[in-house]
Design a protein around this ligand. Structure first.
Ligand SMILES: *Cc1c(COP(=O)(O)O)cnc(C)c1O
Length: 388
């Protein structure tokens, strides 16, 4: 009998976000303007970087980063198979070839030890993805990037507020860091993204490229200090964020540390309850890292057909009113990707094994604590049968 209905993710929206959006709608200025500027400023302060350019999505942020770094046809870009397809699509959109490197079995992040084998003279960049909000082994990645003179573009869609060795993701030494503000992410504004960088020249390029390659945005042309003139400095893209979206983001950002603390608290509850089960592998947090806990993925760990048990866990949770998800279907297992780039599942055994048993449980700051307990109890009830 279903007596609960627990969504997989929900945004954490309060009256402040609603008021700010209302204010924007009444102001007469809906597109990129003062609120986007304020959001960019606040995010730069929050993440400890010099420049933030707000864009329409993390996918756009990744794409425009690669364009601005001069990566194009025939170049190779290294990333993980254990990501959302958009990471790889951004690489393909600049005409570069995606090169996948298998993951570490504990964090499920790209394995730096396996990156070097895939470096060729055509390698131009590495895109580490901070899976689930847990930072990648960035010192190892920077060492490789330095040795082979390649760029680093972080896919930080899960990792806003996460820390690596006391420093926030976005304040490290990557060329750019790309954030997502998609509806389910830690900072949610429906759709949205941002590029963070300390590089002045790169920031200016990205700012132009993200808005048609023109030198003055609409605010500069029609806003308080209007000047109608603009020049064209690149063939750019329509990737700007609107003031409506930024209105939500401004308040999400102010609440972020509190929201992430809630995720951490819920992750600790899950981990405490599940620690008695041999058949579940739980997310870890390394000593020098602080995760943003965008996800709480558990992995079924039994002898026999792992994915069959995983699927039955998903089904039984659904019957109990609990929505789950799977992060991710490895990029190397899509037929279309295999046909285009020759990926073979066998080349990524760690990612394929992780995928077989993985399921993401609901975790979000607006989730009632009772619901967390209900999920924990329901999962426990199901998997305790497997242990006998
Ligand atoms: C959500 C997500 C993206 C894409 O973000 P958008 O803002 O929706 O473009 C990229 N990478 C990862 C790992 C994601 O989870």
């Amino acid at each position: 009998m279903v007596y609960k209905k627990i969504p997989f993710a929900l945004p954490d929206i309060d009256e402040q976000e609603i008021q700010e959006v209302t204010d924007t709608l009444k102001s007469g200025w809906l597109t990129t303007g003062k609120k986007v500027s304020l959001f960019e400023h606040d995010l730069a302060v929050y993440s400890g970087c010099k420049h933030v350019i707000a864009v329409s999505s993390c996918t756009a942020a990744l794409h425009v980063s690669l364009v601005a770094l001069g990566i194009g046809t025939g170049d190779e870009v290294i990333t993980t198979p254990f990501t959302f397809v958009s990471t790889v699509e951004a690489i393909i959109h600049v005409g570069a070839i995606p090169v996948l490197v298998d993951i570490e079995a504990d964090t499920l992040n790209i394995d730096p030890k396996k990156i070097v084998e895939k470096i060729t003279p055509r390698t131009k960049a590495i895109i580490p993805v901070h899976y689930g909000g847990h930072p990648c082994d960035m010192d190892a990645i920077y060492a490789i990037a330095k040795q082979y003179n390649v760029c680093v573009v972080d896919d930080a869609a899960h990792a806003i507020g996460a820390k690596y060795k006391q420093k926030k993701i976005g304040a490290l030494s990557s060329d750019t860091t790309c954030f997502s503000f998609y509806a389910t992410k830690n900072v949610a504004m429906g759709e949205g993204g941002a590029v963070a960088t300390d590089n002045d020249e790169l920031a200016q390029k990205i700012r132009h490229l993200a808005l048609h390659g023109i030198t003055h945005d609409a605010w500069a042309r029609y806003g308080d200090n209007a000047d109608w003139h603009y020049d064209l400095c690149a063939i750019g893209y329509k990737y700007n964020l609107t003031d409506i979206q930024a209105s939500i983001g401004i308040h999400q950002l102010r609440k972020l540390d509190g929201m992430n603390a809630k995720r951490r608290e819920y992750a600790a509850i899950y981990s405490q309850v599940f620690s008695r089960f041999q058949c579940l592998q739980l997310p870890i947090e390394k000593d020098d890292c602080s995760s943003a806990y965008h996800l709480y993925p558990v992995r079924v760990q039994v002898k026999g057909d792992v994915s069959c048990l995983r699927d039955s866990l998903i089904m039984k949770l659904k019957e109990a009113g609990i929505s789950t998800s799977v992060h991710f279907i490895p990029v190397c297992s899509f037929k279309l990707m295999q046909e285009h780039f020759g990926f073979r599942e066998d080349d990524y055994p760690v990612a394929m094994e992780a995928f077989a048993g993985i399921v993401s449980l609901p975790i979000y700051s607006s989730m009632p604590r009772d619901d967390v307990m209900y999920v924990a109890d329901t999962v426990s009830e199901i998997v305790s049968c497997w242990e006998q």
